[in-house]
Design a protein around this ligand. Structure first.
Ligand SMILES: [Zn+2]
Length: 71
């Protein structure tokens, strides 16, 4: 069984009735309840979403050669 943090017990608990869900951004998460107090628990598993990062674009050509339009 997956484990998560229960905010009510303020301790790590096994997630009861755990269901795996995929969120809108493509990440997977486990949703369930605390076996002690019944509080809803949510654990993000992470995963696929890291594949599409927008910050890895190379600089454009004109930025590398500012004196290109000279002649
Ligand atoms: Zn609890």
């Amino acid at each position: 069984m997956p484990e998560g943090y229960c905010v009510r017990c303020k301790a790590k608990k096994e997630i009861a009735d755990s269901v795996e869900e995929t969120m809108k951004n493509g990440r997977r998460a486990i949703k369930g309840r605390c076996p002690v107090c019944g509080t809803v628990m949510f654990k993000i598993l992470g995963g696929k979403a890291s594949a599409s990062r927008p910050s890895t674009e190379p600089p454009s050509e004109s930025a590398l050669n500012p004196s290109n339009a000279g002649s």
